[in-house]
Design a protein around this ligand. Structure first.
Ligand code: TK8
Length: 334
């Protein structure tokens, strides 16, 4: 009898060990809010994330997308994550400057020349280190998605020279680098949440805005904006965030599943974004937008006019960070 009891005990122990090693997932609902329409790069990639995560967790993790800032604008969602009222979001890195002003680094004009350069910096040590700074603020930064190179639209006039920006009321993100940059160009920069932008353009509270062509298309800005100038003044990333409060309650398997699904969504999103971007100009033309490509000379004048905004960011305690980015970029360009 003693022997049998021992065997039973050993079997029970082995079984419990085995189940500890097999991935364990609790049923969890993830509210994943985002600012753009459902039919946008963000919407497509949130869906891809949810599908991939469901596969990895045997259907236990259900990520539900909330489009069009229905859970709040970028800043409001960041706060909801910090408080634990929402699990996930994707926001422009530019809107994180209230939490950590080093995120203004990505907004410096004309820093990245190509998407591939941006990928290398964002996915590499530089991007990871910056994202890790959010931990102490109650946010977990998982991966960067592509918003893309930003361009200028407005309803007043075609902008073909720097002087054409004079006095144009231009919505920018709530971020000092953008305010400095566009005021430096001679525009009248007005910081406003993206969720209020369409109405502000429609009512002519502002004349223009700047965003990548995909966003101009998916947000239907062509309905209220006639002129598009290809300026590519900033390469703008999005960052996928998780509430740290919620994250800390997950086991290692659950964390890994989310991390892996986030990487899948990143690769999906960049591909989707680049494919859509290649077609967007034709679509916007068809929708009636008049498109200006800056001459090489005007593009250079724009770059010169942008330099003080970079200098100011550097002088505001970020000289080291700017240097670090330039060093990393030089390595990538080799
Ligand atoms: C969407 C924003 C948007 C950004 C902006 O919530 O605010 O202009 O480019 O993509 O994050």
């Amino acid at each position: 009898m003693k022997k049998i009891a021992k065997i039973v005990l050993a079997t029970a122990l082995a079984a419990s060990l085995a189940s500890a090693f097999a991935a364990e997932f609790q049923t969890r609902i993830i509210r994943f809010g985002y600012g753009l329409a459902e039919d946008s790069n963000q919407g497509h990639a949130v869906k891809a994330f949810a599908e991939d995560l469901a596969k990895r967790t045997g259907g236990k993790f259900k990520a539900k997308g909330f489009a069009s800032a229905s859970l709040g604008n970028d800043n409001q969602m960041q706060n909801a994550l910090i408080g634990g009222a929402q699990e996930m979001t994707v926001v422009s890195t530019a809107t994180l400057v209230g939490i950590d002003d080093s995120f203004g680094i990505y907004d410096l004009p004309f820093v990245f020349r190509t998407e591939q350069e941006a990928d290398a910096i964002l996915d590499g040590a530089f991007g990871k280190k910056l994202a890790a700074k959010l931990d102490a603020k109650g946010l977990v930064g998982l991966v960067y998605w592509e918003n893309g190179f930003r361009n200028l639209t407005n309803s007043k006039r075609a902008i073909t020279r720097l002087e054409d920006m004079q006095g144009v009321k231009l919505r920018v993100m709530q971020n000092p680098v953008y305010i400095d940059m566009f005021n430096g160009f001679g525009a009248n920069a007005i910081p406003l949440a993206f969720s209020e932008l369409f109405t502000a353009l429609e009512s002519k509270t502002v004349d223009g805005q700047e965003n990548p062509v995909n966003t101009i298309q998916s947000s239907k800005f062509y309905e209220v904006q006639k002129y598009l100038t290809i300026t590519k003044h900033v390469y703008s990333p999005w960052i996928v965030l998780v509430s740290k409060k919620w994250w800390d309650g997950l086991n290692a398997d659950e964390k890994k599943a989310i991390q892996d699904a986030a990487v899948t969504s990143r690769d999906f999103e960049r591909k989707d974004s680049r494919e859509a971007g290649a077609k967007a100009l034709d679509t916007l033309k068809q929708k009636g937008m008049q498109i200006t490509v800056l001459s090489a000379k005007e593009a250079e004048r724009l770059q010169d006019a942008a330099r003080p905004a970079i200098a100011k960011f550097s002088a505001n305690g970020h000289a080291e960070l700017v240097k670090e980015l330039q060093t990393e970029l030089a390595k990538v360009r080799k």
